[in-house]
Design a protein. Structure first.
Length: 232
């Protein structure tokens, strides 16, 4: 494990607090609203296609998800979707944007403990206003020395963030639930990458674990990771 570790980056959604579960509940509501027009599997495929297509336009987050649902509803109904359904989708998105923050197990104690020994940086994708809201409501904001809300997580982004908030990626670690966004690009930048699996992962975030990489580690939860780091 790392020697001379100075900076620890944390992902936010589904690493520190629940996120994907609310998307899944909204997708179920979406399927119910369009049950007369198409089956659930077909609707799910079309929505995923729209989300993938729209990432470059809307980025990650609830607003882009809402627009992708509306676009999909128009497509699968051959432009006959009732205005009442569109209104329901807008309402569902607004409910997601106002949903209380639910911290995941060990999140508070992990962030509090590591903030005493390391420089902490929150590095998260998503809508600026929504991520700022969730951080403020989480009660974790005061433990972070920096916050980076980005459109993509690339090796260059990690290089910049860990240089801005420390001595560069060589002395940094990224902790998150997404292999594709949190772990692999951090490893490519030269940092440590710690994977904390979450029960629900968006299909567009799936990737193969970099087993065998000397700087890759996987733990069942944040509590395990913190215990090891505190013992160093």
């Amino acid at each position: 494990m790392p020697q001379g570790l100075q900076t620890i980056g944390f992902d936010a959604d589904d690493t520190l607090w629940q996120n994907e579960s609310f998307y899944r509940l909204t997708q179920e509501r979406f399927a119910d609203l369009l049950a007369d027009y198409t089956d659930r599997d077909h609707l799910h495929r079309k929505l995923l296609e729209a989300e993938r297509r729209n990432l470059g336009r809307y980025g990650f987050g609830i607003k882009g998800f809402m627009l992708s649902m509306i676009e999909t509803a128009i497509e699968v109904t051959d432009q006959k979707v009732p205005a009442s359904v569109i209104a329901e989708l807008l309402s569902a998105g607004q409910e997601m944007l106002a949903h209380p923050v639910h911290l995941l197990p060990h999140a508070m104690e992990a962030v509090r403990a590591l903030s005493e020994t390391h420089t902490l940086v929150l590095i998260t994708k998503g809508d600026l206003l929504d991520q700022e809201r969730k951080l403020a409501q989480s009660g974790l904001g005061d433990f972070f020395d920096g916050v980076e809300i980005v459109s993509q997580k690339t090796p260059a982004i990690y290089m910049q963030a860990f240089t801005r908030h420390g001595s560069g990626p060589k002395h940094a670690m990224m902790i998150g639930n997404s292999l594709k966004s949190d772990v692999i690009p951090a490893l490519e930048a030269g940092a440590w990458g710690v994977y904390i699996p979450h029960g629900l992962t968006w299909e567009l975030e799936h990737a193969e674990p970099p087993v065998g990489h000397e700087r890759y580690r996987e733990f069942a939860d944040l509590g395990e990771a913190v215990e090891l780091l505190r013992s160093l």
